[in-house]
Design a protein around this ligand. Structure first.
Ligand code: GTP
Ligand code: MG
Length: 308
């Protein structure tokens, strides 16, 4: 016999919740994948490697399932400044204590940095799903199959999913494979929460994205953004951001002819911020030279590159 109170109870065994780390070398499309799975821009992206600097959490809740994704900085070799060490550490640390790892690679390309990621992954205890991204850029689709076969022989992964983050191809399949591997449990975040990052962090990241997109080659990663003011007055959000560069020449490039470049960066950033915060924004940008910040542990900590 079934009593009313029994059937009214939510089915606790149906509820799933877990952590998923998105890892890989720089520029393979990790942040694009997170944004397209969430259907909202949480993590900044660009054509340039080393765009993501901090682990960024994106939360997707659909019915009984909550997936907590952690987008990570691309793991890289070679550069040895404090900022590079920070980024690699943030990525390595995000792999620990998750329920699933999504290892993203770019089509058939396999570099020593991919190899280094694969080596690190040998020590994670959870299932690894290999996401072969950017397949929209493969003309000869027939060539995909033997390649996937070779990867499955070489790597110890639970699943291999060819996909295109940018074109939303096969993302539902990836999500399904993730969901199957999540533990049962109650949800950690409210249904409508999409990230654990603060509005200030998001604002700084938007400015950094616009600079990276506009000036990536000319300002090789030697730039940081600090929010100095973040204040709401009525319907207006006042944001003031300080852009730190390493050298005087970089400041000139960033400001541009008669301030044209910085103005464009400001306009683009403001548009994105108005969308994200659903409010009118007054944005002020300042540029300051602070040489050595990217190799100075203390300066990094004061810029928020300290916890993961
Ligand atoms: N054609 C194509 N381009 C893609 C795809 N996914 C990402 N990209 C592009 O690849 C570039 C890098 O994407 P990101 O998402 O910033 O890469 P990432 O792995 O997060 O890079 P880092 O943060 O530097 O580690 C961007 O120009 C994206 O538009 C895809 O499926 N197809
Ligand atoms: Mg990224």
């Amino acid at each position: 016999m079934t009593f009313a109170s029994d059937t009214d109870q939510p089915d606790s065994t149906a509820s799933r919740c877990g952590y998923v780390a998105i890892v890989g070398r720089p520029n393979v499309g990790k942040s694009t994948l997170l944004n397209h799975i969430l259907g909202q821009k949480i993590s900044i992206t660009s054509r340039k490697p080393q765009t993501t600097r901090n682990a960024v959490v994106g939360i997707k809740t659909e019915g009984d399932v909550q997936i907590i994704f952690v987008d990570t900085p691309g793991m890289h070799l070679g550069q040895q400044k404090a900022i590079n060490r920070y980024m690699n550490k943030a990525a390595t640390s995000a792999m620990k204590d998750v329920d699933v790892v999504v290892f993203v690679i770019d089509r058939f390309i396999w570099t020593e940095e991919d190899e280094a990621v694969a080596e690190k992954l040998q020590y994670v205890g959870c299932p690894i799903i290999l996401a072969v991204n950017k397949v929209d850029q493969i003309d000869d689709k027939e060539s995909l199959l033997p390649h996937l076969q070779a990867l499955s022989e070489k790597l110890n992964v639970a699943e291999i999913v060819p996909m295109s983050a940018l074109r939303n191809t096969n993302l539902d399949r990836l999500e399904q494979l993730i969901t199957e591997r999540l533990p049962q449990g109650i949800h950690m975040y409210p249904e409508d929460q999409i990230t654990d990052r603060s509005s200030r962090f998001m604002a700084a990241e938007i400015v950094r994205e616009k600079i990276t997109r506009q000036l990536g080659d000319e300002l090789p990663y030697e730039m940081a953004v600090e929010i100095e003011e973040f204040k709401q007055e009525g319907n207006l959000l006042n944001i003031s951001a300080l852009i730190l560069v390493e050298r005087d020449g970089q400041k000139k490039i960033l400001i541009g002819d008669k301030g044209s470049r910085i103005k464009l960066i400001g306009t683009e950033a403001r548009t994105d911020m108005e969308k994200l915060f659903e409010m009118k924004i007054m944005l002020k940008l300042w540029v300051k030279v602070k040489s050595g910040w990217s190799d100075d542990e203390r300066a990094l900590r004061s810029l928020g590159y300290n916890e993961f």
